[in-house]
Design a protein around this ligand. Structure first.
Ligand code: UP5
Ligand code: MG
Length: 197
């Protein structure tokens, strides 16, 4: 595990297509954070020639299920170690933890989170965004069947993680139904005084 104060970790959670990746990119542009999307790391591992997990990951992602935590945590830990070795210590961890066991294991073994950004918007809007993105994304889970499964997994499995951190008073809620620019300006207002170490 990283030592206390060695790294700063912010979790970024919210339903499929809510805009986690989009807003993280804005934060990276304006603040000195490393953006690690658990989904992107899993997709990269899936595509890596010789990966022993490739097939497993692709099945889990298409079905909207949560990949076993050992795999995701190892990918995150490696990426964090790499960044820390280059002197970069502030992290936006996007789309993780999305199951209680991941949250507990990551905070025990890797690093404590400072707080969680929870991006909130209606399923109807998320569905529209994902279907639109699906026209060009090439993502195997941007189709209506997979999207339905992702929504179900999010409500049943991932919302309990948000509720857990909420019970600890560690959640900042950001409504995400407006334009990207409006969402970002709201987000910045809510976190401006918390982005420095
Ligand atoms: N868009 C964004 N903001 C907009 C706005 N305000 N107005 C209009 N349009 C907006 O945005 C989605 C689309 O909407 C884009 O086209 C964007 O331009 C537009 P994006 O920023 O990509 O949203 P994001 O929340 O990042 O959506 P994403 O699809 O990445 O979220 P998921 O949480 O579903 O996907 P993720 O990649 O995190 O996970 C995929 C799968 O990996 C999971 O289902 C799971 O199977 C697996 N996984 C694990 O098993 N374990 C993990 O820990 C993580 C993932
Ligand atoms: Mg994303």
């Amino acid at each position: 595990a990283f030592k206390r104060d060695e790294v700063k970790v912010i979790f970024v959670l919210g339903g499929p297509g809510v805009g986690k990746g989009t807003q993280c990119a804005n934060l990276v542009r304006d603040f000195n954070y490393v953006h690690l999307s658990a989904g992107d790391l899993l997709r990269a591992e899936q595509a890596r020639p010789g990966s022993e997990f490739g097939e497993l990951i692709s099945t889990y992602i298409r079905e909207g299920n949560i990949v076993p935590q050992e795999i995701t945590i190892a990918l995150l830990r490696n990426a964090m170690q790499e960044a820390v070795s280059q002197g970069r210590t502030k992290f936006l961890i996007d789309g993780f933890p999305r199951k209680m066991d991941q949250a507990v294991k990551f905070e025990d073994d890797v690093a404590l989170s400072e707080f969680t950004l929870y991006f909130d918007c209606s399923e109807e809007i998320m569905l529209q965004r994902l279907l639109k993105r699906g026209e060009t994304s090439g993502r195997s889970d941007d189709n209506i069947e997979s999207i339905r499964k992702r929504f179900k997994t999010f409500i049943e499995t991932s919302m309990p993680v948000v509720d857990y951190y909420r019970s600890l008073n560690k959640v900042i809620v950001v409504p995400c139904d407006k334009s990207q620019e409006e969402v970002y300006s709201l987000l910045k207002d809510k976190i401006r005084d918390r982005m420095d170490i």
